[in-house]
Design a protein around this ligand. Structure first.
Ligand SMILES: *Cc1c(COP(=O)(O)O)cnc(C)c1O
Length: 391
């Protein structure tokens, strides 16, 4: 791959109906901005869930080229895939911990489990002994989200257990914030204090607390390593303030037909939307099969969802169906909205967080549920390796 050439995967652009363009250059720029914001802390990247649905095979090498060296996945299987996309020096943590009986897989693929229970710690320690070397791992302590990790008392029990501790190669102490996207939530300060206390129990071990929003909570949260995900992919880590990140995912639907309907006519399944005046309607080839949430269907609350066509924002009308959706384009000059015209559903003009809010969800879910039917284009990014392994 040469720089700045769009790389096409999936059917040719004019045959798919919907196009997702992933701007790898924007991901790299976002990583650099987050790394700068994190100050002296190292900036890693959460690339779980196929890089939040955007294609880890393109995203991870782009992040590596930008300077990222530490990656986080959820499942060991994701770690195994990622290992073959990156040079051997890349550090890969598996956030879901050590799967039972799978230590050998982690060792073979050089994956570091983020251990979450004493059982996992015991299993990893025993495996290291058998393997002949204490293999690196993280200890994940739960400081208040009550999801994964050692409780503070289980953590105390672990560090008091010399037999296990002597056989663990502790590369990272980590915890995860529950409310980082709400800076004034009291749980942030509680978790900050609890984590600082844990750190003192393991002097010399690197520490990591912040996700995307956590990076913006201040230097008490960044420690040695930060783990942004959504902000790399263009989600706003400081909402409701303006988004400091560049948009990454650009989703467009193609106009299949433009029709005029009279006042009183309805549009789409269930006849849920009714025209109050003569209306020009564009039907786009993008539906819930493509990842456009059905909940973007027109509704009274929270205003209608919008698409961007011919330089204007236009309301979505009627129900989003499997393969298509309808938009009121009465305000768009006729020559700017024709069969074949592309309409932006997510991108520079319609922010991903806006679409997510209209759909009653969050940017994370919107991205990870994007479908496979559209053409995927990858643009920008330096030294992107598309298929061949790097090392
Ligand atoms: C997903 C995840 C992240 C990244 O979170 P964002 O909010 O997307 O930045 C960081 N740490 C852990 C433990 C995670 O599960």
């Amino acid at each position: 791959m040469t720089a700045h050439n769009a790389h096409i995967s999936g059917p040719p652009t004019d045959l798919a109906g919907a196009v997702l363009t992933v701007d790898l250059g924007a991901i790299q720029e976002n990583w650099k901005r987050l790394a700068a914001k994190a100050g002296s802390a190292e900036c890693g990247a959460a690339v779980k869930g196929n890089a939040y649905g955007l294609g880890v095979d393109h995203v991870a090498p782009a992040l590596w080229a930008a300077g990222c060296r530490t990656f986080f996945v959820a499942r060991p299987m994701e770690g195994g895939e990622l290992r073959h996309l990156l040079p051997r020096e890349a550090v890969i943590y598996v956030l879901d911990g050590l799967f039972p009986g799978q230590a050998e897989f982690y060792a073979r693929e050089d994956l570091r489990p983020a251990l979450i229970t004493i059982e996992e710690a015991r299993e990893w320690a025993a495996f290291g002994t058998e393997y002949g070397r204490n293999l690196p791992c993280a200890i994940h302590v739960d400081t208040g989200i009550n999801r994964l990790g050692f409780s503070p008392s289980a953590f105390e029990a672990l560090i008091a257990n010399n037999e296990i501790m002597a056989r663990l190669n502790l590369a990272l102490l980590m915890s995860h914030l529950a409310c980082a996207d709400e800076p004034n939530h009291p749980l942030n300060a509680r978790q900050k204090t609890a984590f600082a206390a844990l750190r003192r129990r393991l002097p010399g071990v690197k520490a990591s607390l912040a996700n995307s929003s956590g990076i913006f909570l201040g230097s008490d949260y960044t420690h040695d390593l930060v783990r942004p995900g959504i902000a790399l992919y263009g989600g706003n880590p400081v909402a409701p303030h303006s988004n400091p990140m560049l948009p990454v995912a650009h989703l467009e639907g193609t106009v299949l037909q433009v029709r005029e309907i009279a006042a009183g006519e309805s549009v789409g399944y269930g006849a849920t939307w009714r025209a109050t005046r003569q209306t020009r309607v564009a039907v786009l080839g993008a539906g819930y099969k493509d990842g456009v949430p059905r909940s973007l269907s027109s509704r009274a609350t929270n205003g209608p969802a919008q698409a961007f066509i011919g330089g204007r924002r236009c309301p979505v009308i009627g129900r989003v169906s499997m393969d298509m959706m309808a938009v009121d384009v009465t305000a768009v000059p006729v020559d700017l909205c024709q069969r074949g015209t592309r309409a932006e559903l997510i991108g520079r003009n319609i922010a991903i967080d806006e679409t997510a809010e209209w759909a009653g969800t969050i940017s994370y879910e919107l991205l990870t549920r994007l479908g496979q039917r559209f053409t995927r284009l990858y643009s920008g990014g330096e030294s992107i390796i598309s298929k061949a392994p790097l090392s």
